[in-house]
Design a protein around this ligand. Structure first.
Ligand code: NAD
Length: 358
């Protein structure tokens, strides 16, 4: 049966970078004889301009029917003065909640060729390859009750609730164990079990699940130590799994270890493995339309899509190898340029990946 992918180019540099990523997807489709159908739809500012809403019903229903979604980026100054409820970013949130994408996968990979881009010493980060698995739809960001109340003495008090049910922990655990199995076989679960009961339960469930995954080596770490270890010796990690808030903070810190936002892909998965794949960066309105954006984060998002939603591991590996070869050959877009390299456009970078795939 053919697999279906919906492409949502979005705004700003979105259309430029997704065009290159789609060419790469089409190339591996032909090379590895993958039965694949592509469709396109509008989301974000472009959808507001045409339909008055950031996530038209047609886009959401198409998104529900496919196996995976490739998204560029949304937003830009043109729509910044709109009411919060119909801003481009609401399109993304609508997709995440409408499709119940609870598992956020954020790799932080530092190609040795780009080690100089990091603010950390090259020997600490060169060759870094971590995957952070963050729970995306639960935890303290969504727990009820929440709010700001006035106490009897007249003082105001803010409060939130940190909750995770067993099934929520189990489903993100499954994503993380499966990912670790496909990578280096090591999983570190990050919690605050010395203080928070909710993470005592988190830890218990991870331990229970590890019996189903004897091939994955499970360890536990408190979040404060994890933050420290990420900047001290990040290469000790393979896969990290954690809740929504800890994951929010740790994944941004890990991304910045690499120093190059134009290189970082991401995935958000539902229970069946269906996913939305997108670069970690935004729509970069400051460089949109100039043909100079780095398409590699989006191209690497295609590799993630092939690995995690379409189960085409060979094709995913081929794209990652091709990107590394292109970097070896010294081609760089402006954001990752350093002296001695050759500066190329978005399209030249995309073409170079296609050639490396041939
Ligand atoms: P941004 O990531 O778009 O840009 C930050 C900086 O990084 C800019 O200087 C930009 O030129 C550069 N940059 C980003 N991607 C690049 C690439 N591929 N190649 C080269 N340089 C790149 O973040 P921002 O400026 O804070 O946000 C701009 C718009 O994007 C806003 O409207 C914001 O809401 C939106 N946004 C969307 C998403 C998303 O669609 N997932 C995520 C973040 C921000």
């Amino acid at each position: 049966m053919s697999k279906k992918v919906l492409v949502l180019p979005g705004d700003g540099i979105g259309p430029e970078i997704t065009a290159e990523a789609v060419s790469v997807l089409e190339r591996v489709r032909d090379k590895f004889s993958i039965d694949l159908e592509l469709d396109h739809a509008l989301v974000g500012g472009g959808a507001i301009d045409k339909f008055g809403v950031p996530l038209p019903d047609e886009t959401l229903s198409k998104a529900k029917e496919v196996d995976a979604i490739l998204l560029g980026a949304v937003g830009g100054p043109k729509w910044d003065s709109l009411d919060m409820a119909i801003r481009p970013e609401k399109g993304l949130l609508g997709l995440r909640s409408g499709l119940q994408l609870f598992g956020n996968l954020r790799p932080a990979i530092l190609y040795p060729q780009l080690a100089e881009a990091s603010t950390l010493k090259p020997e600490v980060v060169s060759g870094l390859d971590i995957l952070i698995v963050r729970e995306l739809t639960g935890g303290i960001y969504f727990g009820q009750p929440r709010g700001i109340r006035t106490l009897e003495n007249g003082e105001r008090q803010g409060y939130n609730t940190y909750v995770y049910s067993e099934s929520e922990i189990r489903r993100i655990g499954r994503v993380a164990f499966e990912a670790a199995r496909k990578r280096g076989g090591k999983l570190c679960s990050v919690d605050k079990a010395n203080v928070l009961e909710v993470t005592v339960l988190w830890r218990e469930i991870m331990d229970e699940m590890s019996k189903e995954y004897p091939d994955v080596e499970l360890s536990h770490m408190y979040v404060d130590n994890a933050a420290m270890q990420l900047v001290r010796a990040p290469k000790q990690f393979d896969v990290i799994v954690t809740g929504n808030m800890f994951g929010d903070i740790l994944s941004d810190a890990a991304a910045m270890l690499t120093g190059s936002i134009g290189m970082l892909p991401s995935a958000s998965l539902d229970e069946s493995g269906k996913g939305m794949y997108e670069p970690c960066h935004g729509s970069a309105p400051d460089i949109a339309g100039q043909g100079i954006a780095n398409p590699l984060a989006t191209i690497l998002s295609v590799a993630m899509m092939l690995r995690y939603s379409l189960n085409e591991i060979e094709a995913a590996d081929a794209i990652e190898v091709a990107v590394s070869q292109v970097l070896d050959s010294g081609l760089r877009t402006g954001d990752i340029y350093s002296e001695g390299c050759r500066k190329v456009s978005t399209n030249e970078m995309g073409k170079a990946v296609l050639e490396a795939l041939a």
